[in-house]
Design a protein around this ligand. Structure first.
Ligand code: AMP
Ligand code: MG
Length: 352
């Protein structure tokens, strides 16, 4: 399949033509990768069974792992869901458009192919301007999982998408860096109390300001909790870099000491270290092959924003082993740790 790469130029007429082409492709059942503030999305018409199936094929995604429907107007939601609980209304008003996905009971209009056969549906209103324009032009709910091949880190740059999906989709829209950088927070309001199934930029603490009863699924951080994951995506090993990764927890001094010790023990290997602004200099003279500064611990949103790019860089450089600094298990730190622990997929040694 030939993949067109489209970039908007701020030339009004030219951009309008591009938007029309994108919308037509989606209406005809084609696949369009577009930027969102979280990560790039692999979009298809969410009401079209065949288009949804194509999304799974393009990604190589297991068909029981449901998709998220993207909308742009509040009234689009009504025909997609059975009811909008009060807590969802409050969250929509406060956090939409933005990186929050809400799980509702679905209406009959939503095909099984969009929900992996579940009787619930995930819906989000992204805030990215290009996503907005596309959703407005096409005027359909667009099913869009992250635009990576299944098992690869979610894409936060156009180059990541090109690497994974060129030749497998009709259009890739180049929208630069995804600023949030980790996937949306997923909140299930079909259960009481409402439950966070995937942590993201909108944190447990943010959501508890709306309803203090909101809880977080323990499986988001502890893969071995013994509980069955409530969100199908959680059972899959996501975001896995090629090399084994080890995440080190505890206070920063302890983390640095442990990582330095492990660097010495692995002498001769191509080592990557995912460091933070505060610790970066500590590893400079340790003979590390790839030393990355994800950002300051005072600004964890920067660390989140750079995380997936860093994991992909480890693959590009074909490192043998990755040592990642851990973060506190609250606020955005918890969302970062959820992704890091998945990236370590079974090969994790969490030394707290
Ligand atoms: P992605 O768009 O690739 O970030 O994946 C969407 C994720 O949202 C899935 O992997 C699920 O974990 C979650 N999700 C989507 N729909 C539902 C649903 N109806 N119930 C529970 N989780 C869902
Ligand atoms: Mg994904």
């Amino acid at each position: 399949m030939k993949t067109d790469i489209i970039k908007f130029t701020n030339d009004k007429k030219d951009d309008k033509n591009k938007l029309k082409k994108i919308a037509n492709t989606l209406r005809k059942g084609g696949l369009v990768v577009f930027p969102t503030e979280t990560v790039y999305g692999l979009g298809g018409n969410g009401l079209d069974k065949a288009a949804c199936k194509k999304i799974y094929e393009a990604k190589g995604r297991p068909s029981d792992n449901p998709l998220i429907l993207h909308i742009v107007e509040f009234n689009q939601i009504e025909e997609l869901v059975e009811e909008i609980p009060e807590v969802a209304k409050k969250c929509m008003v406060k956090f939409w458009p933005g990186p929050l996905t809400i799980i509702f009971r679905r209406s009959d209009l939503v095909p099984d192919e969009a929900t992996g056969g579940l009787d619930t549906v995930a819906i989000r209103m992204p805030s990215n301007e290009i996503a907005h324009e596309i959703l407005k032009e096409v005027n359909l709910p667009i099913a869009a999982p992250s635009a990576n091949l299944s098992g690869r880190p979610s894409p936060t740059e156009t180059e990541h998408v090109i690497k994974d999906l060129k030749g497998r989709v009709d259009i890739i829209v180049d929208g630069g860096h995804s600023i949030v950088g980790i996937e949306s927070t997923v909140l299930d309001v079909t259960v009481d109390p409402p439950m966070i199934l995937r942590p993201g930029r909108i944190t447990l603490e943010d959501l508890q300001e709306i309803d203090s009863r909101i809880k977080i699924d323990s499986a988001t951080i502890d893969a071995k909790s013994g509980e069955a994951p409530k969100s199908p995506g959680q059972k899959y090993k996501h975001y896995a870099p090629k090399a084994p990764a080890i995440c080190f927890g505890g206070g920063l001094d302890k983390i640095i000491t442990e990582i330095k010790k492990n660097i010495k023990e692995n002498k001769g290997k191509k080592i990557a270290v995912l460091a933070s602004e505060e610790s970066y200099d500590e590893y400079k003279n340790e003979g590390v092959h790839l030393l990355l500064n994800l950002g300051s611990r005072e600004h964890l949103e920067d660390v989140a924003s750079n995380l997936f790019s860093a994991l992909r860089q480890c693959d590009e450089e074909n490192v043998d082993i990755i040592f990642a600094e851990g973060y506190e298990l609250r606020g955005i730190g918890l969302s970062i740790m959820n992704r890091l622990l998945k990236a370590c997929g079974g090969k994790v040694v969490m030394r707290i």
